[in-house]
Design a protein. Sequence first.
Length: 88
Amino acid sequence: MLVVINTRHIKEEHVCWFTRRTGLGNIQIIQIVNRTYPHPDAPDNAVIVVTETVGIEYAPIASERAATWVLLEACQKAVTTVNEGGSQ
């Protein structure tokens, strides 16, 4: 279903953070949120929940700013390895 939402969200819930390496020696941090919007056809009776990507930032891998992002990336890899039942 395609619904055009042209109002501000009424609620926002953090889902997760994740990292991604770019091909240019940078690391990217991305936040995923669930945003709740009033339904355009029934704003007082219904809502639409949309999962969105927000807060995308970049930093060089070797920078102080990226240090915690690299740590998060290492934790993500460790959890993935445990969940897959193997080692890297």
